[in-house]
Ligand binder design. Structure first.
Ligand code: ZN
Length: 510
């Protein structure tokens, strides 16, 4: 059986989930649901990143301990994902003993292989990002290029990972695998970044400044840099590492039993460098396989401002849910943003996308089930149901191609075209006229059976975006559940009793 291991980033647990997090997670969920629809065995990982300076500071400001804050925020993310119907298999927290054990083992392994050395670091440091900056980067103003806060001059012992040793290998990997980083703009950005000599990576922070982290196994005065700690979560949740194995032992379980390597890491474009440079070089140094693919999506933009907590422009995706339901929000996010590009959120665009699914697909479902109820006492006729087979065939192929190429928006557009074609079929066949003429009873049976078939296929095609609504529609069609893509074309429908329900995508009451 095909196996797919999909991940979102683990979200930094200092603030509540916002639209950026929601989009990444809904996008990954749609892909996970799609792969399950194809019959693959899927592992879908999300979670929270709970160590580091900002956690320590934020907790102190709220008069909490870091773990109290982490508990609260992990619950907040988990609740948000339940509200958005996210079908994750594992919610990892970096404060879990298992993860701390895996980080420790991973670092021991690098240390034993001579991939880590200590050195004095002298230069500029932003406490907020836990990042070191060069003289040139901080400029005469001595401000952090990322957050504009004043940086401080530090002189301290640091542990460095020999990242520079892997620059050529990484470039070769990216060049040999054109689809490793999607979209191509991000791939080119990383290749551009790699034209400069790659520096070694500081992987430690002194405990004198920051104690909330994973202690280095080879120096108890330092903790692991939060990004290195965070990236390793993907390996922890895969089950690849046996934390009881020492550095001289294999230290790693049978790769065949684990989910590693990840099939796909999904993230926002702002954290592509950590995922496409730090992470693969760390894996190379540890002699572990690289993730198969990396997808960096764009940002939701509102009034030309990046929707990001740090800039204070928080849009709570749950606000839209109140009026339009979870699936209305999921549909908008997946349909409107070209996967990989930026998109603008406006209420008008949201409304237009919602109207599309309500008027085209919702209407098709409603009229089909109404006609089966009215003309055939609610029983789907046993008749040829191939009236739309050519459209179904080409749409299935298009949706599969788009989803496999991670173009979720195009896949949803293609599915919508099938619903449009089915509405056209209703208008051409005029079942209301067929129903008036007893000599055309067979034609009417074929019309209704063909419409039931296309609706069944559409439940399978739209399931990644609107899972609750598709489960509702499957029940209305007399099915127990949404069929897989393969079953959707062949599951017997004749004789099933339809159940007319409320509109799938109702107008919000105001
Ligand atoms: Zn900063």
């Amino acid at each position: 059986m095909t196996r797919r291991y999909l991940t979102t980033p683990i979200y930094y647990a200092t603030g509540d989930p916002h639209l950026g997090h929601a989009y990444t997670t809904v996008l990954t969920d749609a892909l996970a649901r799609y792969y399950r629809q194809t019959g693959a065995d899927v592992r879908f990982l999300t979670g929270t990143d709970e160590h580091g300076q900002k956690m320590q500071e934020t907790a102190a400001r709220k008069d909490m301990t870091p773990i109290q804050l982490a508990d609260q925020m992990a619950a907040s993310f988990d609740a948000a994902w339940r509200d958005l119907d996210i079908s994750y298999d594992r919610f990892i927290r970096t404060t879990e003993p298992e993860h701390i054990g895996v980080v420790t083992t991973f670092l021991e392994r690098l240390w034993a292989k001579g991939q880590i050395y200590d050195d004095m670091y002298t230069g500029w440091y932003c406490i907020h990002e836990e990042r070191y900056w060069t003289e040139k980067e901080v400029g005469a103003e001595r401000l952090c290029p990322d957050c504009q806060r004043p940086v401080e001059f530090v002189e301290e012992k640091n542990y460095f990972f020999r990242m520079s040793d892997y620059q050529d290998r990484l470039i070769q990997h990216i060049e040999a695998n054109p689809n490793w980083i999607v979209p191509a703009t991000r791939r080119n950005e990383i290749l551009g970044f790699l034209k400069q000599p790659l520096q070694d990576l500081s992987i430690s922070r002194p405990k004198s400044r920051l104690s909330w982290g994973v202690t280095l196994p080879f120096d108890s005065d330092h903790v692991c840099y939060v990004w290195v700690d965070a990236l390793i979560n993907y390996v922890t949740a895969s089950g690849l590492l046996d934390i009881d194995g020492g550095p001289d032992q294999p230290g790693f379980s049978d790769p065949g039993d684990s989910w590693w390597p990840a099939s796909l890491h999904v993230m926002g474009k702002d954290i592509i460098t950590t995922h496409a440079v730090y992470w693969p070089t760390l894996l190379m140094a540890a002699d572990l396989a690289l993730p198969e693919q990396i997808l960096a999506h764009g940002w939701w933009v509102m009034e030309e401002t990046k929707m990001s907590k740090s800039l204070g422009n928080v849009v709570d995706p749950l606000e839209l849910r109140e009026d339009y339901g979870t699936d209305g929000v999921r549909w908008y996010l997946l349909r409107d943003m070209p996967t990989g590009s930026d998109a603008s959120y406006t209420p008008e665009r949201f409304q237009a996308r919602y109207d599309e699914i309500a008027n085209v697909f919702g209407n098709l479902a409603n009229r089909t089930i109404s006609m089966i109820s009215k003309y055939r006492d609610g029983i789907i006729p046993e008749a040829a149901d191939n009236g739309l087979d050519a459209n179904i065939e080409s749409t299935m192929r298009a949706v599969t191609d788009h989803m496999d190429a991670l173009r979720v928006h195009d896949a949803m557009a293609a599915a919508m075209e099938l619903a449009r074609a089915a509405n056209g079929y209703v208008d051409t066949r005029e079942p209301w006229a067929q129903a008036k003429d007893p000599t055309r009873a067979e034609d009417l049976d074929e019309t209704l059976a063909s419409l039931a078939r296309v609706l069944t296929v559409l439940t399978a095609l739209f399931l990644p975006a609107t899972p609750q609504k598709m489960a509702d529609l499957a029940r209305q069609l007399g099915l127990e559940a949404v069929p897989t893509l393969e079953q959707a074309r062949s599951v017997p429908l004749g004789g099933l009793e339809v159940q007319k329900g409320p509109p799938l995508f109702p107008r919000p009451d105001r």
